[in-house]
Design a protein around this ligand. Structure first.
Ligand code: HEM
Length: 120
């Protein structure tokens, strides 16, 4: 019987669809799209799929140190961090994830602010 959020959501292929939609929405956002200019989006979607899957109880792990290294050069401010987290929550909801699963992932993202935000 499917036990984890990851399994109930349908595994990697389903999570990858959600993450791909999430980045489509980020690239449509006038404030956030600048961060993704010249970024290999296919590679980013793969890495973000690993992160979201691990937050859903699926395999794989993305360390906080690798998150810090990937973001420290981007000069991300708190407002943009909050905005990205909100778009992720909306995307998870629109893909029909149960409220407690959405809240769990959102909290996991918010708990990583110190590793992402470098512009005070
Ligand atoms: C807790 C929130 C966040 C998580 C968990 C997260 C997760 C990730 C992951 C897993 C990667 C791939 C790292 C790698 O390639 O090794 C990444 C890269 C990236 N993230 Fe985030 N991210 C977060 C917040 C943000 C925010 C707020 C922004 C911009 C507003 C952002 C912009 C980017 C960009 C541009 C890259 C590509 C970096 C590169 O390839 O040089 N991220 N993120």
């Amino acid at each position: 019987m499917a036990t984890t959020i990851f399994e109930r959501a349908g595994g990697f292929s389903a999570v990858r669809k959600i993450v791909a939609d999430f980045y489509d929405r980020l690239l449509d956002d006038v404030t956030l799209q600048k961060y993704f200019a010249n970024i290999d989006m296919a590679r980013l979607i793969d890495h973000q799929t690993q992160f979201v899957s691990s937050m859903m109880g699926g395999p794989g792990e993305v360390s906080n140190d690798s998150l810090r290294k990937a973001h420290e050069r981007l000069n991300i401010n708190k407002a943009d961090f909050i905005k990205l987290a909100g778009i992720l929550r909306d995307t998870l909801e629109d893909h029909g994830l149960p409220d407690e699963a959405v809240q769990h992932i959102y909290d996991a993202v918010m708990a990583r602010e110190t590793f992402i935000v470098s512009k005070k």
